[in-house]
Design a protein around this ligand. Sequence first.
Ligand SMILES: NC(=O)c1ccc[n+]([C@@H]2O[C@H](COP(=O)([O-])OP(=O)(O)OC[C@H]3O[C@@H](n4cnc5c(N)ncnc54)[C@H](OP(=O)(O)O)[C@@H]3O)[C@@H](O)[C@H]2O)c1
Length: 259
Amino acid sequence: MKTALVTGAASGLGYELTLLLAKDHYKLILVDVNPEALEQAKTNLLQDFDVEVITLVKDLAVPNVAEDIMKSIDYQPIDVLINNAGFGLFGTFAETDWKRESAMLHVHILSATHLTKLVLEGMVKRGSGKILNMSSLAAFQPGPLMSIYYASKGYMLSFSEAIANELKGTGVTVTAVCPGPTQTSFQQTVSENTTDNKIKFNMACAKSVAEYGYKAMLQGRTYAIPGRFNKFLATLPRFLPRRTATYIVSTIQKKNREE
Ligand SMILES: NC(=O)c1ccc[n+]([C@@H]2O[C@H](COP(=O)([O-])OP(=O)(O)OC[C@H]3O[C@@H](n4cnc5c(N)ncnc54)[C@H](OP(=O)(O)O)[C@@H]3O)[C@@H](O)[C@H]2O)c1
């Protein structure tokens, strides 16, 4: 039986991805910071699928948590790694909360990169393995009012593409999935100053985004952007001066969120 480890598995895109893995009979190791949601996810999975589910309540913002996760599962071989956990934060960098931003950098960059390193050695030795890194449409240009979020997703895309290239011929693939706005809890937690989600336009459903990303991972694609309009938006900055692309994002961000 093959084993999949998913971070941020308790809700949204992570949960939808675990459903797809369960359908394909993977043994599931689910990591999330939210114990109640994680337990609920496990209960739902066991109700609907004949799968083994291990849950690990871990905060991916804590230094060296990746090592801690691997220790907790006795360094068992991982066939599929999905680095999905993440969150956004809206506001000007001069005013945003550093604690939250530091946590974001740990979750999006350090823990995901470290987990990738820890599972990769075994994957390369076995000559097979799949890694899905959850990036974002935000990866393709700077993002005023969500500067750290956009930059960290840019890191995830660049890192994934680079190691995907290094891994050619090894049997291990790395896929960065770059969704546009998707209906999950993300949209509610991104802004501390509002409970009203103002993004209504171009909003995708989590199930279809997860299905698209999962298929891209199975195909071993290096990156995948769900939705035609999102593909267009990701390509646009290549034909614009960088400051124009940055200005457009700034205008959209201001329009989309209440201050
Ligand atoms: N939704 C979008 O519009 C969108 C677009 C592009 C990319 N993405 C990316 O997709 C990924 C999944 O987000 P989502 O939209 O599915 O949002 P979500 O529904 O909020 O799911 C994210 C999950 O990650 C968990 N998480 C957050 N911080 C964590 C930490 N420190 N340690 C462990 N787990 C943690 C969350 O737990 P809590 O609920 O307890 O915080 C939650 O269960 C993120 O990387 C996000 O950046 C989302």
